[in-house]
Design a protein around this ligand. Structure first.
Ligand code: UN1
Length: 504
């Protein structure tokens, strides 16, 4: 066995995952760090998915009756177990998703943060008391657990996205069935094992409260199609969302869709250019351009273009690209050869459209033939056209000049996706305009920071082809519960609303 596979197995063993879950199966897991196969997992086909949902449905009937603050205790324990497992899980994320150590650890920190948030929330699932028009009546709303929550997650945040959903779902009284990306199944098994540790400490957790189902499309479809899955929370490409969304809607299920992003930054004449450069570098090159919040388009005012862009090109040239397990490189590998090909295709299309390419070439010395390390690409584009309008899940930043503020806002919004956005300015009018109803049309709009790296306290998600879902903080929890409006008559009369008379 290779060194990486051994390390992965050591971590899984420490966390308590049985080898039978990741050996002798049909779903092969590869590490983007070296391209080598690290495990082969048995898959759960449709019939087993149905059984998993049977168990989850039974767990729901029990868990919904457990008081919410007590449910919060399970999530508190999960947070504790995650703190204890942070190094191991972070490293496994680096092995399976290719993230730098700091980003692997950061992802686990995000899980810990959402657990803390959800524990507080477990005592704050508030409903309103509402003034009623009828005398001797009281009106209020109650939030009840919703049902089985199905989670579909992507390779690029293989553990955090599950935790955003699981932590909220559990305090809201719902069981979770998780179908992780085929590219990152081991980290999912690790999370499940960590949750089971918390559950063992908690005591009476119903069987089937949290489950992982491993497999490909058929596995995911069986979950999406099952009417007992009350909420499907799906993170991935817009293509995937176009399939999942209508299926769930067709059975009147609920969906949280967190799909593609084509996130842009705007650098205005008054911007702090040093700060903007650093924010853009992290936003566009961090996680090798494989965040849904990665900055992919940059509009620079013509008066500062020649001050900012040469420095940015220099940063692109000097950024360290390399093995995230053995070096301190800031940029790790692409997830696989397909991602590399998609990047090369986009670069070719941009060149054909008049783009001037800096970087974007393969870094063969960073890893073996089967691993795909690239220099991030900065492409100066004459206009927003062709590949600039699409999300390519790779480190490509398209840079364009602008002159007029209203025009650049229109350009900014003229793409399908609507996830994240930033403006770099010290001009109050520009910044407020950008955040206003007539400004950025994205779910996330930032000032003087990049597009990526959101904290868990805010609601996370975006508009248009990003799918409209919101996860994580703020009141995103409401999507995981059903709202009942209750009107109680404590009088001896029966006044009807709107003054309707119906005397019999
Ligand atoms: C994703 O890429 O799917 O805002 C999620 C960020 C992270 C989450 C990204 N907190 O970049």
């Amino acid at each position: 066995m290779t060194e990486i596979a051994t390390t992965a197995q050591d971590i899984l063993t420490r966390l308590g995952v049985q080898p039978a879950r990741y050996t002798d199966g049909t779903l092969e897991s590869f590490s983007p760090v070296t391209g080598e196969r690290i495990a082969a997992l048995p898959e759960q086909k449709a019939a087993e998915v149905t059984q998993a949902i049977d168990r989850a449905a039974a767990a729901f009937r029990e868990w919904r009756l457990v008081p919410a603050p007590r449910r919060g205790e399970l999530v508190r324990l999960l947070g504790e177990e995650l703190r204890a497992a942070k190094d191991d899980l972070g490293r496994l994320v680096s092995i399976e998703a290719g993230k730098s150590p700091s980003e692997g650890a950061g992802e686990v920190q995000e899980m810990i943060d959402i657990c803390d948030f959800a524990v507080g929330l477990s005592r704050q699932l508030y409903g309103l008391t509402i003034a009623t028009e009828r005398p001797g009546h009281r009106m209020m709303e109650t939030w009840h657990p919703l049902g089985v929550v199905g989670v579909i997650s992507a390779f690029n945040f293989p553990v955090a996205v599950w935790s955003w959903n699981a932590a909220l779902a559990l305090v809201c009284g719902n069981p979770v069935v998780w179908k992780p990306s085929e590219k990152t199944p081991l980290t999912a098994l690790a999370c499940q094992a960590i949750l089971e540790r918390a559950a063992a400490r908690f005591g009476d957790v119903p069987d089937g409260l949290s489950q992982v189902i491993i497999g490909g499309r058929e596995t995911g479809e069986a979950m999406v199609d099952d009417p007992r899955v009350a909420l499907v929370s799906a993170t991935g490409s817009t293509r995937m969302g176009r399939q999942v969304g209508p299926k769930v809607a067709g059975r009147f299920g609920r969906a949280i869709l967190e799909l593609g992003g084509n996130n842009a930054g705007i650098v205005c004449p008054s911007a702090d250019l040093d700060m903007a450069l650093r924010a853009i570098a992290f936003g566009a090159m961090g996680t090798a351009g494989q965040r849904c919040t990665t900055m992919r388009r940059l509009f620079v005012h013509e008066s500062v273009y020649d001050q900012l862009v040469p420095g940015l090109i220099k940063a692109y040239g000097s950024v360290s690209v390399g093995n995230p397990l053995t070096t301190q490189a800031l940029v790790g590998p692409l997830v696989d050869g397909q991602a590399f090909q998609a990047m090369q295709d986009a670069i070719a299309a941009a060149t054909a459209a008049g783009g001037k390419v800096h970087g974007g070439t393969r870094v063969t010395e960073a890893g073996p033939e089967a691993a795909f390390y690239v220099k991030p690409a900065l492409i100066e584009m004459p206009e927003q056209t062709g590949p600039v309008l699409e999300e390519t899940f790779a480190p490509i930043l398209y840079v364009m000049r602008y002159g007029d503020f209203d025009e650049v806002i229109a350009q900014h919004n003229a793409v399908g996706a609507g996830l994240s956005s930033s403006i770099f300015t010290t001009d109050l009018r520009e910044s407020e305009m950008f955040l206003s109803a007539a400004g950025s049309d994205c779910g996330i709009a930032n000032v003087n920071i990049g597009t990526s790296g959101a904290e868990i306290g805010g609601a996370f998600g975006g508009e248009k082809e990003t799918g409209g879902g919101r996860e994580s903080g703020s009141d995103a929890w409401k999507a995981y519960m059903r709202r009942a409006t209750n009107t109680i008559n404590y009088s001896r009369q029966l006044p009807l609303a709107q003054g309707v008379v119906f005397d019999i």
